[in-house]
Design a protein around this ligand. Structure first.
Ligand code: AMP
Length: 281
């Protein structure tokens, strides 16, 4: 496994492979890797000749300074895991390498970034859009792998790639969960033992809401019950619990024929903010 720290090193290493008709699969991450990330790597290995993973905790997508400062960093373990899982290249740039000058560009994704996460994390998707654009320009992958866990990010990136005619296929990989349903996340390590137990409330409520919805129960009745469940849990604070059209993220009050719909949620467990979603149809 080769570690590349500069844009130029990535370009040179990958150009040789591209010239010999190898397809390049790219997995962007912020590190503190877990099996969720590794399932992206596994998908990439199955459908690309060469796999490159980036690890970069992007400062411009954190609207909360404390969240950025407390973001777990486990580079040595990450590199061991990636090597064990057959990754060919890791791009490990510094902040200066990615941002040699301050970024003036702001990205606006219309209705896609004014809802859900966008309401609670202003500027987050502009930061994501800019860093993903930079990474895709540097790596120029045939395929790029993203997790369903960040459903709104997937919607934004699909739009980014379409609007800027970026020549990469976006592959979406299902959410990997712990045995009790909690979606794997780098932030989970910040939960203490009690909070870790409480954190299952996100998936339990998504699963409950999906069953109720499919049984024909009114969405507002379901949401009321979920809100109460969060209210009864002292360590949990619900930010949103919404039924949305999966692609447009338009908020819905009922299932809409065959259109793909999902329920998305975000909540604080203690001082750790977690997100999750479940697809309904
Ligand atoms: P992050 O390091 O949190 O920025 O995540 C990097 C990529 O891994 C993103 O595309 C995430 O959606 C994806 N990812 C994170 N957690 C999971 C999970 N539990 N299952 C599948 N993919 C995930």
């Amino acid at each position: 496994m080769t570690i590349l720290r500069t844009k130029q090193a990535v370009k040179s290493a990958l150009q040789i492979l591209r010239n010999s008709q190898k397809t390049i699969g790219f997995v962007p991450t912020m590190g503190a890797l877990h099996y969720g990330h590794l399932s992206l790597v596994e998908s990439a290995k199955l459908s690309s000749d060469v796999v490159i993973v980036s690890i970069f905790v992007n400062p411009t997508q954190f609207n909360n300074k404390e969240d950025f400062e407390k973001y777990p960093i486990t580079i040595d373990e990450d590199l061991l895991l990636l090597e064990k899982n057959g990754v060919d290249f890791v791009f490990l740039p510094s902040v200066e390498e990615m941002y040699p000058s301050p970024i003036l560009l702001k990205m606006d994704f219309g209705d896609l970034d004014k809802t859900l996460e966008g309401t609670f994390r202003p500027g987050h998707f502009s930061g994501v859009g800019v860093v993903v654009s930079k990474l895709l320009n540097i790596v120029k992958p045939d395929k790029s792998y993203f997790g369903q866990k960040d459903l709104q990010q997937v919607a934004v990136i699909k739009r980014l790639v379409a609007d800027l005619s970026i020549d990469t296929e976006i592959v979406v990989v299902p959410t990997i969960r712990e045995a009790d349903g909690l979606a794997m996340s780098s932030r989970n390590v910040r939960l203490n033992a009690d909070e870790r137990l409480t954190a299952t409330i996100l998936y339990k409520c998504l699963d409950f809401a999906k069953d109720e919805l499919l049984a024909g129960v009114d969405w507002f009745v379901i949401r009321e019950k979920v809100t109460k469940r969060f209210h009864d849990e002292p360590e949990a604070r619900l930010e949103y619990f919404e039924l949305v059209e999966t692609e447009s993220l338009e908020k819905l009050e009922q299932i809409k024929g065959q259109t793909a719909v999902s329920i998305c949620t975000a909540a604080y467990i203690g001082d750790v903010r977690l997100i999750d979603n479940i697809s309904i149809v």
